[in-house]
Design a protein around this ligand. Sequence first.
Ligand code: AMP
Length: 358
Amino acid sequence: MTDMLRPGAMIGILGGGQLGRMLSVAASRLGFQCHIYEPGPNPPAGDVAARVTTASYEDLDALRAFAQSVDVITYEFENVPAASLDALEAIRPIRPNRRALAVSQERIAEKDFLTSLSLTTAPYARVVDKASLEAALAQIGAPAILKTTRLGYDGKGQARIMTPADAPAAWQAMNGAESVLEGFVDFSHEVSVIAARGLDGSVACYDPGENVHQSGILHTTTLPARLSPGQRSDAVLIAARILNALDYVGVLGVELFVTPVGLIVNEIAPRVHNSGHWTQAGCAVDQFEQHIRAIAGWPLGDGGRHADVVMENLIGEDVDRVPTLARERSTQIHLYGKVEVKPGRKMGHVNRVIRGLT
Ligand code: AMP
């Protein structure tokens, strides 16, 4: 392949959180350097990157200087303003591409895109005021979930509507932001597929993992997930269809609800994903290396699973358990270098290798 980035090349990463940190470690293993762009001070990725720019996502001069200093731009944070992306893209390629970002930044665009691929989502309707919420509820019925169309993550910007009487409070919780009403999916469990597509169009999917959330935040991912062989191949086909439709380059996360009538797509994330951290212990090439390989124009690596793994997030004070966790054999510990412990803050994760595949 002629487009392969060479050792010593500089990879620009928008966002300096733990995902940027683990991408940067993987990039350095392949001989690359990373330049992190992050508005906040002391980003976790800064500890392991060659360069850090501290500037806002609206600072076009800083963005242009950042773009000039790198060979390719990727991101761990998808809510970068469109004008900033225009400035960056005029200078260096952004991988995954703008369309992937546009589709995943806005929940209605995301659902329209997924349904255009004949994939199943929860029933949904746009809500901009009380009257449209009433109309949406009449169409979809209760129970339902109201979500802001933008900037929602880890269950934030969401309100459940168990009966129509809950509607006014739910709308108030959105603070006037454009929202989407989603029908409540009666799922047995949640799984996600982490998948990658290379610059040459080749696709590699990891085995789906089963996710358990606590207070809206991912708690554990367990491999293997409880899925029939048919569901397992459906999950992988769904991810591949999304990757190809977006002409995607890099790693993508697809969250799915498992229901008696099939798999329903909850949302997609155009980046490495928390529910893919298990790949660090379960695969020869983990999601971080796979993403760097893809955006660097390298061939994709082997994402086959060689062990059963449970990933557990260390949220807030969970990090106090590290001395005990460190005594567990077969437990891989990842800490993000965050000094301040706050409730709900992702401080690290562990990957427990349950056993090798027999
Ligand atoms: P989200 O931020 O959209 O990923 O939602 C966070 C969590 O809320 C999901 O992982 C589900 O557990 C739950 N959830 C979201 N949307 C729905 C839905 N339409 N029906 C049932 N549960 C949902």
